[in-house]
Design a protein around this ligand. Structure first.
Ligand SMILES: Nc1ncnc2c1ncn2[C@@H]1O[C@H](COP(=O)(O)OP(=O)(O)O)[C@@H](O)[C@H]1O
Ligand SMILES: O=P(O)(O)O[C@H]1O[C@H](CO)[C@@H](O[C@H]2O[C@H](CO)[C@@H](O)[C@H](O)[C@H]2O)[C@H](O)[C@H]1O
Length: 445
């Protein structure tokens, strides 16, 4: 059964991965029905792209009412079932508190709503949808728990759930504790975890620190009150601890340096199609990757996969890492593969480069002296925080040559990925990673 309202609904969602591509809704299937007034129906929607025939599955939970609901007008999706005269008004379930209550209650009773021991879940906490740009839909229940409903779903293991589970069971203090998950057939649809009540977003904290520095034209990064270096260092320590735990709990192996270098080279070639401006730096980037090809074996393990400041939360009890789903654009089969921990380190180093340049981008300025001063301070902030983060990650050890070659290559690889990401999502920010690629390939970073 397909429904004509689903395609327009999907294409306007932040979490829909096919924005800008022509697609057809080629199937819908009901996965779950829960509760009454409203009845929650969880649909699995299959999308097929017109250009290459690729298919994706999306989770669309609907709240069905007998009568139209004025209070939910903003969340109206269509009538369901669509080809039935008895179709009922259907609303986006995560946006409806009455519908999210059914989802939470299901954790008390329903097979497929799995709970881990150790937390006395508040089943009556009121739900509210997290605002903001997200790849999935997260519902906060009181001050107790957060339910993340995965929007794009793939059969098999969801690494966000498995990684959180392993770290929770190992007693890690660097993640929100996993309380449970939802699975239907071979699909993992949602993850229930601890709400980090005192959390501040790492990206927002970094931007505040940069603004502080820019406001003090004559002071250096270490002289302003909002200096971030000690937080950057704490983040480095937290990541090292998470990596150590993941290496202990998941299988480790190694890959040949030549294979890794080839993969990075191929990603660069593909990126040139999307961002032709990269061509100027391509041969220098290939030289950076060639150094990795010299390494016989590169140790790999479970990692975060898409780490940046926006995936870190500072709580009163220290830093937490969130969202272990890996790069959203990659197929799931690739995202669960072991990778080098240097990928995560590189993601953070790039983020320390982004923060000052994103602030500068948001402060239009024509005076060349002010611009110059800002650019010097931006580089200084980025260098200082990268250094503090890396030193803490290494726990005082110097960076050995193989690690340096790998880290440099991963940083370039990440900046190339970011060029594609910005070209597709935020073209005015493309200069940020592009300038990063220029500096990195010139060896001046
Ligand atoms: N356990 C939590 N407690 C409080 N806030 C959280 C928690 N997990 C995530 N967040 C906030 O929600 C945002 C989105 O979470 P994330 O896991 O990155 O979702 P998505 O996969 O939709 O991008 C994060 O940037 C963070 O600010
Ligand atoms: O958080 P997501 O998993 O959706 O990751 C994607 O979006 C990120 C932006 O929201 C993007 O990150 C890039 O921009 C950040 C600032 O907004 C910056 O801190 C990161 O260093 C930079 O990579 C991420 O790459 C993308 O996968």
């Amino acid at each position: 059964m397909t429904a004509s309202f689903l395609a327009p609904f999907l294409e306007h969602r932040r979490w829909f991965g096919g924005k800008g591509r022509a697609f057809t809704v080629t199937g819908t299937r009901e996965l779950l029905r829960l509760g009454s007034a409203p009845e929650v129906v969880v649909l699995l929607v299959e999308v097929t792209y017109d250009d290459d025939g690729d298919r994706e599955l999306y989770q669309v939970p609907l709240a069905l009412y007998d009568e139209p609901q004025e209070r939910l007008e903003h969340a109206y999706v269509g009538h369901w079932p669509a080809d039935d005269e008895a179709g009922r008004p259907a609303y986006d379930a995560p946006s409806d508190r009455a519908a999210t209550a059914h989802l939470l209650h299901a954790f008390g009773e329903r097979p497929g709503f799995v709970r881990l021991p150790g937390h006395d879940l508040d089943l009556d906490a009121p739900g509210s949808l997290f605002s903001g740009e997200q790849s999935n839909s997260s519902i906060l229940f009181g001050e107790d728990s957060v339910l993340k409903l995965f929007r794009k779903v793939t059969p098999g293991e969801n690494p966000d759930i498995t990684t959180h589970r392993v770290l929770t069971e190992a007693g890690s203090t660097h993640v929100a504790q996993l309380y449970g998950w939802i699975e239907v057939e071979d699909l993992q649809l949602g993850m229930l975890q601890q709400f980090l009540r005192t959390a501040s977003d790492g990206w927002d904290l970094a931007l505040a620190s940069v603004r502080d520095l820019f406001a003090e034209a004559d002071l250096h990064a270490e002289e302003v009150g909002g200096d971030f270096a000690s937080e950057a260092a704490r983040l480095g320590t937290a990541l090292a601890e998470v990596h150590a735990q993941l290496a202990e709990s998941f299988p480790t192996s190694s890959i040949a340096g030549t294979d890794l270098a080839t993969a990075m080279g191929n990603r660069l070639t593909a990126a040139l199609e999307v961002v032709p401006e990269l061509a100027e730096y391509a041969s220098s980037a290939q030289r950076v990757f060639a150094a990795v090809a010299e390494l016989r074996e590169v140790p790999v393990q479970r990692v975060h996969g898409d780490l940046h400041l926006g995936q870190t939360l500072r709580t009163v009890l220290g830093w937490k890492l969130v969202d272990f789903e890996g790069e959203p654009a990659k197929p799931l089969a690739e995202r669960v593969l072991p990778d080098s921990p240097w990928r995560d380190v590189a993601g953070m180093l790039r983020s320390f480069d982004y923060a000052p340049h994103a602030v500068a981008e948001s402060m239009p300025e024509e005076d060349p002296d002010v611009l110059h001063q800002r650019s010097v301070r931006a580089d200084e902030w980025a260098r200082r925080n990268r250094k503090a983060f890396l030193a803490a990650y290494l726990g005082g050890q110097p960076l050995w040559p193989a690690a340096r070659a790998l880290l440099t290559a991963y940083v370039v690889d990440k900046a190339v990925y970011e060029c594609i990401y910005e070209a597709r999502n935020r073209p005015t920010w493309l200069p940020i990673p592009l300038a990063g690629v220029a500096r990195l390939t010139a060896g001046s970073d």
